[in-house]
Design a protein around this ligand. Structure first.
Ligand SMILES: O=C(O)C(=O)Cc1ccccc1
Length: 277
């Protein structure tokens, strides 16, 4: 039995991503929910074999806490999942102008900016998960509203519901499947690799050299993100995703070259997700 930990309570997009992953597995799986992204990350490899969490939204970009923990913890990426993301607004008052308190998950807030900016009188309360927002609204008074996953609620429970409050119609989020065991063989269908170049030897041209190792071999990068090390001001880790895996000798030699000059953590190689996969 594969034990999976993800962001709860039940009903989050993370749970939907987990079910999409489970459908592709031959083994039976057991899901455990934890209330915050950080608590999920820290449980992987303890009571759970793997963890599933959002890493990147199509319009908002990367989730900083996940990148920072990937730099700090000993986790590896074994797969990724892509999900369409649709939000609805629910409220205990039929009049939107009466809403004084809005519960919204901290990543969801940036995906519903246009709608939220129209709620003139609402005080924003950030939550850890979209289902926490839903539960807060269900437990709240007549002046409370929430941004929640479309399809996660029964409209009879609310005085007002408005669908499609996300800024972009084709909103999508990418989730990572993470494990603590770093010895996974690279599967033959892996066509994407994630690495972190850790800032341990800052010098002029560090990033240029890293990029040159890839461009000299015609290796395409799909993302590059810097995150502060939080050790001293102006020092950064670089989270890089590239096409291909170390099964390809060109990728292997690029990573070997970069590793000779820098501390590199290869997070994992996996098959690039699509909405259909
Ligand atoms: O709270 C959830 O439902 C999550 O799984 C986190 C999240 C938040 C916003 C978009 C996608 C996933």
């Amino acid at each position: 039995m594969l034990k999976i930990v993800t962001l709860g309570p039940a009903g989050t997009f993370s749970e939907l991503a987990t079910h999409k992953f489970i459908k592709q597995q031959s083994e039976s799986c057991n899901i455990c929910f934890l209330p915050s992204i950080k608590s999920v990350l820290h449980e992987i490899g303890l009571s759970s074999d793997i963890g599933i969490l959002p890493i990147e939204n199509f319009s908002e970009g990367f989730i900083a806490v996940v990148l920072d923990e990937l730099a700090a913890l000993d986790l590896s990426i074994i797969d990724e999942i892509l999900l369409p993301i649709k939000f609805s607004f629910v409220a205990n008052s039929a009049s939107i102008n009466e809403i004084e308190q809005l519960f919204v998950q901290f990543v969801a807030k940036g995906q519903c900016v246009d709608f939220i900016s129209g709620l003139d009188n609402a005080n924003i309360q950030l939550t850890e998960s979209n289902i926490e927002s839903l539960h807060e609204c269900l437990a709240g008074n007549a002046k409370v509203g929430a941004i929640v996953p479309s399809g996660s609620f029964n409209s009879e429970q609310f005085a007002l519901t408005i669908d499609s409050v996300n800024d972009y119609e084709n909103n999508q989020t990418r989730f990572l499947v993470l494990s603590r065991n770093n010895n996974h063989p690279i599967s033959n269908d892996a066509n994407k690799t994630s690495i972190i170049v850790l800032d341990d030897d800052d010098h002029p041209g560090l990033l240029g050299e890293v990029l040159q190792s890839f461009s000299a071999r015609q290796i395409n990068l799909s993302s590059i993100i810097s995150r502060p090390t939080r050790k001293s001001f102006g020092k950064y880790h670089f989270f890089i995703e590239l096409e291909g895996s170390q099964n390809d000798p060109l990728v292997a030699s690029a990573l070997q070259e970069i590793s000779q000059r820098n501390k590199v953590k290869v997070l994992g190689a996996y098959k690039k997700a699509t909405l259909q996969s």
